[in-house]
Design a protein around this ligand. Structure first.
Ligand code: ATP
Ligand code: FE2
Length: 327
């Protein structure tokens, strides 16, 4: 049984996995009424609730601590103060229980959890807060075929939400407001398989200041940027010849984005996969899930206490920096 700890940004989560099955997935999120995420405050939040989340996860899985065979944690990438809290807690628990520590890359965990849906060799549209990438496995690594040239799509949505007076996270509120909106043309920023959002944000700010109702802007934002993402994903499918599309990351919760992906896949004769919402947003279960895959293959595992001490966070590690030794 592998326990996974997530702490890269706003969410502190603990999941427990056994043989690819999720036994527990408990998450507590740092939120704000207005304004964005303050890394130090989020880290403080994680530290305060860690023990409580730990107990809840064990209770949800209905197991005692001594059943845990290893502890996986998000080592990279993310906000350094948040990563450090998660790592400290993971090291402490792994030493107390005398079980191996398994550092994992958070973005790759978002990817690997997609296997739970039955996807075998997909192109992944990874749309989260800080990241927006089109990824596919080739030659020992998850290669990035396209990505954002500036900010992540979730951060873009959250920035716009803040502008119109909504708190964090903005995605669900924008989706709600979009339901009654009408289409207004916005810039469409797709270059090859790369996307860019900051110009669209500037344009949105200008139109908003002209007094156009926020609901129309929310609707148009969704139609425009999701079309960009889906077109980039389609190009990657065409380029790689792969026949599956997997959606990942918190923005993947958006039902309009899911619908657009579904339509594109149907037209191309591809299969579309999307994990449950609880596995799309940041969560501990995906960390445990990847941890278990690595643990079974015996790669990237630290059993010795002095070895564990040497492990550090890697806040800037990229998806294609990681050599996928467990495949
Ligand atoms: P990363 O994985 O890059 O570190 P993260 O940890 O911030 O980023 P997630 O938890 O995967 O990301 O996703 C959070 C993002 O998802 C937020 O930006 C939030 O606004 C967005 N989001 C959540 N629900 C929706 C929705 N229904 N529509 C659009 N965006 C959404
Ligand atoms: Fe994430």
């Amino acid at each position: 049984m592998i326990l996974g700890i997530e702490s890269t940004a706003h969410t502190f989560g603990i999941g427990i996995v056994h043989q690819g099955k999720i036994l527990a997935n408990v998450r507590e999120m740092y939120t704000t009424e207005s304004g964005g995420i303050i890394p130090i405050e989020s880290a403080k939040h994680h530290k305060e609730i860690a023990e409580d989340v730990w107990k809840k996860a064990l209770k949800e899985a209905n197991i005692s601590e001594d059943k845990i065979d290893g502890i996986a944690f998000s080592q990279a990438p993310g906000l350094a103060p948040c990563l450090i809290e998660g790592m400290k807690f993971s090291k402490k628990k792994s030493k107390e229980l005398n079980v191996p520590l398994i550092p994992v890359n958070h973005c790759i965990a978002h990817l690997e959890i997609g296997r739970i849906t039955g996807a075998k060799d997909p192109v992944l549209l990874y749309a989260s807060g800080a990241n927006t990438q089109i990824i596919a496995y080739e030659g020992g690594k998850y290669r990035v075929f396209g990505e954002t040239l500036d900010i992540g799509v979730g951060n873009f949505i959250d920035n716009f939400a803040r502008l119109i007076g909504q708190g964090f996270p903005g995605g669900p509120r924008i989706q709600k407001l979009a339901e009654s909106g009408k289409y207004i043309e916005l810039p469409y920023k797709l270059k090859g398989m790369d996307v860019a959002f900051s110009g669209i944000l500037t344009k949105l700010r200008q139109i908003y200041e002209q007094g156009i109702p926020a609901k129309h802007l929310c609707f148009s934002l969704q139609e425009t940027v999701f079309a960009m993402l889906v077109e980039a994903a389609e190009r990657a499918l065409a380029h790689t010849g792969k026949k599956e599309l997997l959606l990942g990351g918190g923005v993947g919760c958006n039902t309009r984005l899911q619908e657009m992906c579904k339509i594109m896949c149907k037209e191309r004769g591809c299969k579309f996969f999307v994990p449950d919402k609880s596995l799309l947003v940041d969560n501990g279960a995906m960390i445990a899930y990847l941890g278990e895959i690595m643990w079974k293959k015996g790669v990237g595992i630290y059993s010795d206490n002095s070895e564990k001490e040497k492990i550090d966070i890697n806040s800037k590690e990229r998806t294609d920096d990681v050599y996928v030794r467990w495949k």
